[in-house]
Design a protein around this ligand. Structure first.
Ligand code: NAI
Length: 248
């Protein structure tokens, strides 16, 4: 299937994990990619290692919590590549600890990277998406759907992403722009491994998942690509939970 032939897709946090898998998926389906992450070298190594260098036309070091940096990434990509069809707001960080264990700086940084950046990126992309009849897909989390223990700041930021998704969906539906998010459960990326540090803790976690395992980055990318595709042409404001049954 090549559902995105010739379309321009911008992805944040694309150097690893779910962002990398999403870049590979869109490239395999014919898209032209604009990718950002904290390190341009990491992006360059990723596109070479995965064989998608030809599709990845824009690689940029961007801290998504910096409104000027993310806005100029989107502007430059859309203008140099001629259009913008899809924005995937995917970059994110974890923040572990109760409210009396984390600092104000950790709280603010989590809000800045996990929530503010979705606002910044979407705000910059909307004029181009309006022209293209495009869409936004955000990577939220099942942590945004309930009180995931020990993750206060992360839960709040991701709950914000879920509701910002709904809000943008209703505000921009009349302009032909769809906005959706995925809510992954545990996914076997660097982020989860830094949280569930040793194999025994990971096995305990997996026992709590009805399907008995964590998800793969490719399974998240498949959900993102579905929501961005014309197969989802009447879907906006939805949260697609991809969690092996954890929240069922
Ligand atoms: P990851 O750590 O492999 O990838 C995150 C990417 O975002 C990294 O390449 C990192 O450099 C980049 N990034 C971090 N801060 C950034 C910033 N300020 N500016 C630009 N790029 C930045 O982790 P993963 O799992 O692929 O995470 C992707 C998204 O999925 C995140 O939004 C995360 O919250 C979400 N998620 C992950 C879950 C998991 O279990 N791994 C579960 C639910 C949601």
């Amino acid at each position: 299937m090549r559902r995105f032939e010739g379309m321009v897709v911008a992805i944040t946090g694309a150097a690893s994990g779910i962002g990398e898998a999403t870049a590979r998926r869109f490239a395999a389906e014919g898209a032209i990619l604009a990718l950002c992450d904290l390190s341009e070298d990491a992006l360059a190594q990723m596109v070479t290692r995965t064989g998608i260098a030809e599709s990845a036309r824009t690689l940029r070091a961007v801290d998504v919590s910096d409104i000027d940096a993310i806005s100029s990434f989107i502007d430059d990509a859309a203008q140099s590549l001629g259009r913008l069809d899809v924005l995937v707001n995917n970059a994110g960080i974890g923040c572990f600890g109760h409210v009396d264990e984390i600092t104000a700086e950790q709280w603010r940084r989590t809000m800045a990277v996990d929530l503010d950046a979705v606002f910044f990126g979407s705000r910059a992309a909307l004029p181009y998406l309006r022209t293209a009849g495009g869409c936004i897909v955000n990577t939220a989390s099942i942590s945004g759907l309930f009180a995931d223990p020990g993750l206060a700041a992360y839960n709040v930021a991701k709950a914000g992403v879920v509701n910002l998704t709904r809000n943008m969906a209703v505000d921009h539906a009349g302009e032909g722009i769809r906005v959706n998010c995925i809510c992954p459960g545990g996914v076997g990326t660097a982020m989860l491994k830094s949280h569930l540090r040793d194999a025994a803790i990971m096995e305990d976690y997996e026992r709590l998942v009805p399907m008995g395992r964590v998800g793969t980055a490719d399974e998240m990318a498949a959900g993102i690509a579905f929501l961005a595709s014309s197969d989802a042409s009447y879907i906006t404001g939805t949260t697609l939970t991809i969690d092996g049954g954890v929240t069922a």
